[in-house]
Design a protein around this ligand. Structure first.
Ligand SMILES: [Fe+2]
Length: 263
């Protein structure tokens, strides 16, 4: 979480359940209904199948423990509650175990439209449905293993790959381009922007991804488009280390966004 956050992570009870209030349930429900009304025709069918498979609904904020059990039964993946931002080594270690780190606090009403730090809605609604897809879960696990093995010197570039797939990935379908990245599916502004005409869509290319800078606090000026989740799973075989070395040697591509203003 950013240093100036006013959020604290809730503690689970002895049964591993988080104490969400009736107001939390209402906030979750509003966010859920708004996105589910907005997303058809904009997101990958596999994503919507995942929402149904996990039993997500507008009645209650979900419990990580229950999502974890469903994911485990479906694809052997999992969800692991964490205190918002965790060190990269811990993050990659959980992914390598096919477990997705899930921040467990839920945003308040003043942040319905945008929150910079990932909250329960972003994590569960954004990320967890795709983990019901086998090839996607294979990619997550393989990515975590490779990032862990490559170590610190490669972490920054590996996170670019994560950013342009898991967070902001797009996929080509028979009905046109669709989103599968959590940062798009959990944000009305990002979803509208990604499906609009001024975003630059690029065919997915690993070296280009490793050379592409991004900013976390703006709608994305460019997205990378995969052809299938099998393509994503197949990336595990790529020589990430050699490609990142090449990306470092050739340097970053020019940023498609203005520099962040000093605050
Ligand atoms: Fe995320």
């Amino acid at each position: 979480m950013p240093k100036d956050t006013t959020y604290t992570s809730p503690h689970p009870d002895d049964d591993g359940l988080f104490p969400y209030t009736a107001d939390d349930d209402a906030v979750w429900g509003e966010l859920f209904r708004r996105q589910m009304d907005f997303l058809p025709g904009k997101v990958a069918p596999e994503y919507l199948e995942g929402v149904a498979a996990l039993g997500l609904n507008d009645q209650k904020a979900p419990q990580v423990k229950e999502i974890d059990a469903r994911l485990h039964a479906l694809t052997g993946a999992g969800a692991h509650g964490v205190p918002a931002i965790i060190p990269p080594s811990k993050f990659y270690d959980l992914l390598s175990q096919r477990k997705f780190p899930v921040a467990t606090f839920l945003r308040r009403r003043e942040h319905m439209d945008y929150i910079e730090e990932p909250d329960l809605f972003h994590e569960v609604f954004g990320h967890c449905p795709m983990l019901t897809n086998g090839p996607y879960a294979d990619f997550i696990e393989g990515f975590g293993k490779r990032a862990k093995a490559l170590g610190k010197g490669y972490s920054w570039h590996m996170f670019r790959l994560f950013w342009f797939t898991v967070e902001f990935g797009m996929i080509r379908t028979k009905d046109g381009l669709r989103a599968y990245g959590a940062g798009i599916v959990s944000s009305p502004a990002e979803a509208a922007h990604a499906m609009g005409s001024d975003a630059l869509m690029q065919d997915f290319d690993l070296l280009t991804v490793f050379r592409t800078p991004y900013r976390i606090d703006i709608v994305q000026p460019t997205y990378f488009v995969i052809d299938s989740f099998d393509q994503l799973a197949g990336l595990r075989e790529a020589d990430f280390g050699a490609l990142i070395d090449k990306a470092k040697a050739t340097g970053d591509l020019p940023a498609l966004f203005p520099a962040k203003e000093a605050s």
